[in-house]
Design a protein around this ligand. Structure first.
Ligand SMILES: Cc1cc2nc3c(=O)[nH]c(=O)nc-3n(C[C@H](O)[C@H](O)[C@H](O)COP(=O)(O)OP(=O)(O)OC[C@H]3O[C@@H](n4cnc5c(N)ncnc54)[C@H](O)[C@@H]3O)c2cc1C
Length: 501
């Protein structure tokens, strides 16, 4: 239900209820902000795009109170990813993913996106201060000094309704209306390539289906690059690169794609859920904020999916933006805090997209001589073991210092058995040795108390080792679990506290 008062002023209007918009609505709604979500489609998109998220994404879901719901619709996997050439040799590998990772959760998760999207939306449904309008396409944006007015209505209907919000976040995907309205250009990182995406439900009784690998395979065969993923249960994903001679309209026909899979599986082993062409892109919007308009998710960045990181980046955007919007709307931070959102996130997402583009170069080599040179290179140097980067945020709402400042902090269990973030909640935290924390001034202590900053002085062995490794006595952690700054001494910690936004 929408509030009937047409002049109602929301704190935040979110355009788009994909994973980015749904997570942001959960975080802002739980913080007590009044939120309106406007979504063009009437239902959750029935077909998946993303199939994988990482341990940090799971930690973000935890912050939004969604861990249990997400656990119910996803499965952890330690099987990693292998890049194999046409001869079956391993060129690159992501491995060592067993057990609980540094984020307090498994490192790798697979899921069926419609179920995940529904779980995120159910979280929002429990928040009375969040209003969701499905079947409402935003068609017009009017800005003024104090708020933004959005005109929205059922797609193709001419008469819409208008809504007002202090801030608008465009989580409206790659073709973002909000981005176009802002007139923002994209930086192009160079990879644009059509692929066929095939989702199959395999027959569990089929011996060929049973023999399929559990790890993700990137088949770097110059004759036909492909990706093969076990999503979970009967669900399998193949992504098949289109060659210049392929007609996209023909490539989606079963008689065309089954022969390409004949090495592993045949039509009698599986039901095709969908076959669709996606063009993978690598772009980053140059500006993520203009006055009261902000962008998040695919609206401001696109990555080829070789790392399974596009949605993860959108979740990180929401985690970075939510605490800043909340602080500005509660008037405990100036509006300029929102300028740090793009400056921090652009540098971070760039590191992931650049790695995905590099991997794209490895997988998509279709020139035989080039692929042979690539194979020789990896044969000589041995298979390259790689992992997801853990980049530093760009300049912004943190100390101006090298890593670990501006980098995600681990989430160990505390001596009382709780995960660190459970103990902290969604707020700033000061974590350090009892000696460093005990040495700060009474004014600093008062500051922590007044700002509801959590103090953790018995962090246990992982935190002690972290402090020792980084030669510091304490750190301040932001609500998005990135390190705001570190302090060697109590006096440093006094100064760091005074520098909080
Ligand atoms: C083949 C493929 C595989 C992928 N695999 C992975 C993976 O394994 N892991 C991963 O992390 N990422 C993956 N991705 C990327 C991931 O799917 C996207 O990054 C993610 O879905 C983006 O989420 P979003 O919420 O930002 O945008 P979207 O999911 O695009 O949602 C945007 C929403 O906005 C709505 N909307 C648009 N315009 C308007 C308007 N004017 N008014 C109202 N509503 C509007 C749309 O209806 C839509 O619901 C993959 C992508 C592809 C194509």
């Amino acid at each position: 239900m929408l509030p009937t008062d047409p002049d109602y002023l929301y704190d935040v209007a979110i355009v788009g209820f994909g994973p980015t918009g749904a997570l942001l609505a959960n975080l802002l709604g739980r913080a007590g902000r009044s939120v309106l979500v406007l979504e063009r489609d009437a239902e959750v998109h029935p077909l998946p795009r993303a199939v994988h998220f990482d341990g940090e994404a799971m930690r973000i879901f935890q912050s939004a109170g969604l861990a249990e719901a997400v656990l119910g619709v996803s499965r952890p996997s330690s099987k990693g990813m292998r890049f194999i050439n046409a001869e079956g040799e391993t060129l690159m590998e992501r491995r060592g993913l067993e057990g609980v990772g540094p984020q307090g959760w498994a490192n790798n998760w697979y899921f069926h996106q419609p179920r995940l999207d529904s779980a995120l939306r159910e979280g929002v449904a429990g928040l009375p201060n969040v209003t969701v309008a499905l079947d409402h396409e935003v068609v017009r944006v009017d800005e003024n000094a104090d708020y933004v007015r959005l005109s929205a209505g059922a797609p193709l209907r001419t008469r819409g309704v208008t809504h007002q919000a202090r801030y608008v976040v465009g989580c409206d995907g790659a073709r973002s209306l909000i981005r176009r309205h802002m007139g923002v250009e994209n930086d192009d990182l160079g990879l644009h390539q059509p692929w066929l995406v095939l989702d199959l439900l395999v027959d569990p009784a089929s011996p060929r289906a049973q023999a399929l690998p559990d790890h993700t395979m990137q088949l770097c065969d110059p004759a036909r690059p492909m990706t093969m993923v076990h999503v979970g249960g009967r669900r399998r994903r193949w992504e098949i690169m289109l060659m210049p001679s392929d007609d996209p309209l023909v490539a989606i026909r079963p008689e065309k794609f089954w022969p390409l899979l004949s090495r592993w599986i045949a039509s009698e082993d599986a039901v095709v859920e969908r076959a669709a062409i996606y063009t993978f892109h690598s772009t980053i919007a140059r500006q993520w904020r203009r006055r009261r308009l902000l962008l998040a998710g695919d609206a401001c960045h696109q990555t080829p999916p070789f790392l399974g990181q596009g949605m993860c980046a959108g979740l990180r955007d929401a985690a970075n933006l939510a605490w800043k919007l909340d602080a500005v709307l509660r008037r405990v931070a100036p509006d300029s805090l929102l300028d740090t959102y793009g400056s921090e996130r652009i540098a971070h997402v760039r590191a992931f997209i650049e790695l995905a583009v590099y991997l794209g170069g490895v997988i998509q080599a279709t020139d035989k001589r080039g692929a042979a040179a690539r194979d020789r290179h990896f044969r000589e140097q041995g298979a390259e073991i790689f992992d997801f980067p853990q980049p530093q945020l760009g300049p912004g709402a943190h100390q101006d210092a090298p890593p670990p400042v501006g980098v995600i902090f681990p989430q160990p269990r505390l001596p009382d058995g709780r995960l660190l973030d459970e103990a902290i909640g969604w707020r700033f935290a000061v974590i350090g040795t009892a000696r460093t924390l005990g040495g700060v001034t009474a004014q600093t202590r008062r500051h922590w108390h007044e700002r509801d900053i959590m103090v953790i002085d018995e962090g246990g062995p992982v935190i002690e080792a972290w402090l020792a490794a980084h030669d510091c006595g304490a750190l301040i952690l932001r609500p998005d679990r990135y390190v705001f700054g570190t302090a060697r001494t109590a006096a440093d910690l006094d100064a760091l506290t005074n520098a909080l936004p």
